[in-house]
Design a protein. Structure first.
Length: 163
């Protein structure tokens, strides 16, 4: 079983779509562990605030199968294929880590935004504080402690979900 970490984000009916994504992830993956949910300002465009979180899970699927599953879940919940990168969205699922795999294909792992987006790093540090980034060589808690928190505004919010 591979341990994976998934970034979830939404800024269109975000509570609805995060809950729907968690239901679907629970159907496809095992042993879900959820971070807190964080609200953050849109990055890269003017838009409504996003809700973001990180989920850890276990899977027997390959990286390709995991990514395809994420794309299907996004599409099932109204994500438009081929939409602009920096735009409002119902749901965004990104594979952050697949065990300690470092690769460029079929996706870049570990995902680069771990190191520069607070809305990914903070929740990842929350659920995997002692896990070591396979390229940077530091724990996610250390990376978060060193992160310039003035770069992005985000804050935890109340969120209730149970499988």
């Amino acid at each position: 079983m591979a341990k994976i970490y998934i970034s979830l984000g939404s800024n269109i009916e975000p509570i609805r779509y995060l809950k729907a994504a968690l239901v679907d992830l629970d159907k496809h993956f095992e042993s879900l562990e959820l971070s807190s949910v964080f609200e953050s300002e849109a990055v890269g465009f003017d838009g409504t605030n996003f809700l973001n979180m990180v989920v850890a899970a276990e899977t027997q699927l390959s990286i390709e199968q995991v990514v395809a599953t994420f794309k299907q879940i996004e599409q099932d919940h109204g994500r438009v294929t081929g939409a602009k990168k920096f735009a409002a969205r119902t749901l965004d699922l990104d594979l952050l880590l697949y065990d300690n795999v470092v690769c460029d294909l079929p996706v870049v792992l570990p995902r680069g935004e771990i190191l520069y987006n607070a809305f990914v790093l903070w929740p990842l540090a929350e659920i995997a504080p002692t896990l070591i980034h396979p390229v940077a060589g530091s724990s996610y808690q250390d990376l978060w402690n060193q992160y310039d928190k003035a770069q992005q505004n985000l804050w935890p919010i109340e969120f209730d979900w149970s499988a």
